[in-house]
Design a protein around this ligand. Structure first.
Ligand SMILES: N[C@@H](CCC(=O)N[C@@H](CS)C(=O)NCC(=O)O)C(=O)O
Length: 220
């Protein structure tokens, strides 16, 4: 029995899980769940994941969802690279902190901006949502100071999750040039993960295009 990722390329978290699989060189099956067609709500998918979110991973008779949990599961189970999700408690704690920063701060800020635009008919980006995202980008810029990747000088699972989030907002048109460390890190992640363009860039651009198509002129 192989590993299957239920995936939607426009979803940042979904691309984060796929990047982790690509970084680990895993050969996984991909099943597309089109969120715009509400395919996540089919009886078949809800049986697999009652929370009906992508990404969801099925490995034999084991099921797990949430991109961060998927990435760390894949690393724990299949990684041959000791740096990708280190076992040393202190090194691992830093990677975990970055992962929780993605889910609770970076991705949350991006979702707060984009979800109402994509699904609730909103056509503006409110200042109250802009400022937290700028702050999150500023934090990430500080984390990256003097190092190549978000948890040190090696690519980790946290780079996969944060790169999928940040590339989504860049594709919407957000200016990350003020955050020079972030600006230089994103292409570094892209060069390091095999198949990055297909696994992340294409979906991020489609996401950006979908958001921009619903924004009022001059919003970004
Ligand atoms: N924290 C989760 C977020 C997953 C998530 O919210 N996925 C969204 C797409 S970005 C989804 O599947 N939404 C469909 C739904 O909730 O019905 C992760 O990292 O996987």
């Amino acid at each position: 029995m192989g590993v299957t990722l239920y995936h939607y390329p426009l979803s940042g978290p979904s691309r984060g899980a796929l990047l982790a699989a690509r970084a680990l060189g895993l050969n996984i099956d991909i099943k597309i769940i089109n969120l715009f067609n509400k395919e996540q709500l089919t009886e078949e998918f809800v049986k697999i994941n009652p929370q009906h979110t992508v990404p969801t991973l099925v490995d034999g008779d084991f099921v797990v969802w949430d991109s961060h949990a998927i990435g760390t599961y894949l690393a724990n189970t299949y990684s041959k690279d000791p740096n990708f999700y280190p076992t040393d408690p202190k090194k691992r704690a830093i990677v975990d902190q970055r992962l929780y920063f993605d889910i609770g701060t970076m991705y949350k800020c991006i979702r707060d901006i984009c979800f109402p635009i994509l699904f609730k008919g909103e056509d503006e980006i409110f200042d109250e949502h802009k400022q937290p995202l700028e702050e999150a980008l500023g934090f990430l810029d500080v984390f990256l100071e003097g190092q190549k990747f978000v948890a040190g000088d090696h690519l980790t699972v946290a780079d996969c999750c944060l790169a999928s989030s940040v590339s989504s907002i860049v594709a919407v048109g957000w200016d990350i040039k003020p955050y020079q460390n972030v600006y230089n890190w994103l292409p570094r992640v892209a060069e390091t993960i095999p198949g990055y363009a297909e696994a992340n860039q294409e979906g991020a651009e489609a996401f950006g295009k979908a958001v921009r198509s619903k924004l009022a002129p001059g919003q970004i």
